[in-house]
Design a protein. Structure first.
Lengths: 302, 45
């Protein structure tokens, strides 16, 4: 039976892609300079296709692992709705086309970074490190950190401190975000032998590491303002958000799970972490828009 | 193969063909637009 096209689409992880698209657009809009709307759209499309392609390759590689987890067992491959080789070919095709489109339409530095992001996620993270080290999430965060960097480079054509800081923000944000989730869905990963931090290093160590990365995230999030890359609008937003993140991470970091624990603090931290990233990047774009309108800097709020 | 299965295969093939066709048309238009923008840029636009 031929696979439904919807299953090919589902394989690209559209929900993850929405965050990728959002951060890529933010990188694109926050970068100094302008890009023609058609080219801007093409750059975002290429990034989305690259993210989709690497997500497909990830699921091709992990089909057996996915089959053993409740959260992922209904995906097209473990559910048997698609041939495994078809997924591999689709992933390679999508990844290849995304890099070519980026190179031809936008530039080869952006294309090179997109290729690096795909290899990083599909090969270095998925195939190599995820099954081997409990630091997998720290390393995996790097692949999620590429979109704003690539969006920025699509406009400027060069790598400077600001896009590297955007990369670093998502890199530092991923561990507390994901480990908060891993604390309350722990059994799923343990069943398939993926060495998630709570299973390997224990819950206490994971909680302390959540706190440690939250502390490390704050200066990185505020740095774009400190180095003069943004105005106070972003700076104040970053400080407030980072303080809130820290305030929510402290109880998660220091508390001990009781019997029949509802894990309220962990769920709250996980939800807030998503809001944190959206708000931080939205502030970055708002900062650039206000500056372009002359409302900050020499303008009304200066 | 039952007639129902045959009809289901036809339906899936048809919907896949439509998606592939639509995607190709979309990319043809996109590359036309990219070309116009790039050439416009080179001509000092």
């Amino acid at each position: 039976m031929p696979t439904e096209w919807r299953d090919f689409f589902a394989l690209t992880k559209p929900r993850v892609m929405s965050l990728v698209i959002f951060t890529a657009i933010c990188g694109l809009l926050a970068a100094p300079g302008t890009i023609h709307p058609v080219l801007g759209f093409t750059a975002i499309l290429a990034i989305a296709m690259g993210a989709g392609g690497s997500a497909v390759l990830n699921q091709w590689w992990e089909a057996e692992i996915d089959a053993g987890m409740k959260r992922t067992a209904a995906r097209p491959l473990p559910a048997g709705r698609m041939r495994r080789d078809d997924a591999r070919d689709f992933g390679i095709f999508l990844s290849g086309v995304s890099v070519m489109v980026m190179g031809v339409a936008i530039g080869w530095l952006a294309a090179l970074m997109l290729a690096a992001a795909i290899v990083y996620y599909a090969v270095i993270y998925t195939m190599w490190l995820k099954p081997r080290t409990p630091q997998n999430i720290v390393i995996g965060g790097g692949s999620g950190a590429f979109p704003p960097l690539i969006g920025w480079i699509a406009v400027t054509g060069e790598i400077t401190a600001m896009p590297i800081l955007l990369f670093a923000i998502i890199f530092m944000w991923t561990p507390p975000h994901f480990w908060a989730l891993a604390l309350f869905v722990k059994t799923d990963y343990a069943n398939v032998g993926i060495p998630m931090m709570p299973n390997v290093a224990g819950e206490k160590s994971t909680r302390l590491q959540i706190l440690a990365y939250t502390v490390l995230l704050a200066p990185v999030a505020i740095a774009p303002w400190l180095i003069g890359g943004t105005s106070w609008v972003y700076g104040v937003t970053a400080i407030v958000l980072s303080l809130a993140f820290f305030a929510l991470a402290v109880p998660v970091g220091l508390r001990k799970r009781s019997e029949d624990d509802a894990m309220t603090e962990e769920k709250r931290l996980f939800k807030f972490s998503i809001l944190y990233l959206f708000a931080l990047f939205a502030a970055l774009v708002a900062d650039r828009v206000l500056e372009a309108q002359g409302m900050i800097g020499a303008g009304a709020f200066a | 193969m039952t007639p129902e299965e045959e009809a289901e295969i036809k339906r899936r093939q048809k919907s896949r063909n439509l998606v592939v066709g639509g995607t190709l048309i979309f990319f043809a238009i996109l590359f036309y637009a990219i070309t116009v923008v790039q050439i416009g840029g080179q001509n000092g636009g």
